[in-house]
Design a protein around this ligand. Structure first.
Ligand SMILES: *Cc1c(COP(=O)(O)O)cnc(C)c1O
Length: 344
């Protein structure tokens, strides 16, 4: 049975799996000095149309935390949205790996930061007794399934520069954002002012692993040591990197992300039709948020559906993945319709 709890409930996509098996041939150098890892880094440089520095780590928490730590001293602070994964779902890892940098969560419509919200928080305190603001982190696509357009990113990056801040992007669902915008990865990242991107692989269909991409290579000094110390340097690195080759090879990454987005739109349309309830946020990536009557939620769970409702202020969250089928979406919609119609 397929579920909507998270896009990480899905298995490995066929392109990644084939590449993983292909890499399982013979002996190669360890710790990333293998041809698979070197090739993927080159492919990512081609994809982003720039000479960036690429590292692979096991998960998103490590990617974000180590990237932020690389941008910060312990006496610095990081501006984030109040729903940001770095603040709400990483168990303090950004603070831990940066040796104490403070997160500054701020409110913002539709899960997004704005230049004004950033200025407000970084100018509130500028004295020696408060951690100095050094980074702004954005989630693309956001935790509530919305997407920053390049003009929004550029405005934020300009504000950041004006105040001496670096720009980090949590791209756990970067592929869905790129697919949703229909723009190039470069336009949605470094060309819009992003310094470091954590490009999510897991939710895109890889078995495991995220790429940390430094567009400003000067920021990645000693990053390899940081990864190693944090237990994030894979000795059999080829199995983290090779699956990327599979999905980058023929645009599978973008195809899968576009499919997941299409399924989310199908779900949103179906739910609106059957319940009359609008989504809580515009559906711009692969997530759908809707406030269902608790009776309907309980009924869905009784029928075996798994989904979260603790994210984003109470609404139920339905995430679509690379393998979500139209039939699964339609079955969920039919169940909601039935439960909503039942007066009991
Ligand atoms: C899933 C996710 C991550 C990564 O989580 P891990 O479980 O550490 O891999 C990071 N940011 C966001 C917004 C996510 O949804």
């Amino acid at each position: 049975m397929q579920h909507f709890a998270s896009d990480n409930y899905a298995g490995i996509c066929p392109e990644a799996l084939r590449a993983l098996l292909a890499a399982n041939d013979g002996h190669v150098r360890s710790y990333g000095d293998d041809e698979w890892t070197l090739r993927v880094a080159d492919r990512l440089r081609e994809l982003f149309e720039t000479d960036c520095d690429v590292y692979f780590v096991f998960n998103g928490t490590a990617a974000n935390s180590l990237a932020l730590a690389a941008l910060c001293q312990p006496y610095h602070s990081v501006v984030c949205h109040q729903l940001a994964h770095v603040d709400t779902d990483e168990c303090g890892a950004p603070q831990f790996f940066s040796n104490g940098a403070k997160l500054l969560p701020v409110a913002g419509e539709q899960g997004k930061l704005t230049p004004a919200s950033i200025v407000e928080v970084v100018t509130r305190r500028t004295d020696i007794h408060y951690p100095k603001a050094k980074v702004v982190t954005l989630t693309q696509a956001s935790e509530v399934g919305t997407v920053y357009r390049p003009d929004e990113l550029r405005a934020i990056a300009e504000t950041a520069r004006d105040h001496g801040l670096r720009v980090h992007m949590d791209g756990a669902r970067f592929a869905n954002a790129v697919a949703g915008l229909g723009l190039s990865p470069a336009e949605v990242s470094w060309r819009a002012g992003v310094d470091v991107l954590c490009f999510g692989g897991t939710k895109m269909g890889l078995p495991v692993g995220e790429a940390v991409i430094f567009f400003d290579r000067g920021l990645s000094d000693d990053f390899a040591y940081r990864c190693k110390q944090a237990g994030q340097l894979a000795s059999k690195m080829r199995f983290l990197s090779a699956p990327w080759l599979g999905i980058l090879e023929d645009g599978a990454w973008l195809r899968h992300a576009a499919h997941a987005n299409t399924m989310a739109r199908r779900l949103a349309a179906g739910l609106a039709e059957s319940t009359g309830l609008p989504t809580l946020f515009p559906v711009q990536a692969n997530g759908v948020f809707v406030r269902l009557p608790s009776r309907v939620e309980a009924g869905l769970r009784a029928r075996g559906w798994l989904f979260y409702n603790f994210i984003a202020a109470g609404g139920a969250r339905f995430m679509c993945g690379w393998d979500t089928t139209p039939e699964t979406v339609d079955r969920l919609v039919a169940d909601v319709r039935e439960l909503a119609a039942d007066p009991a």
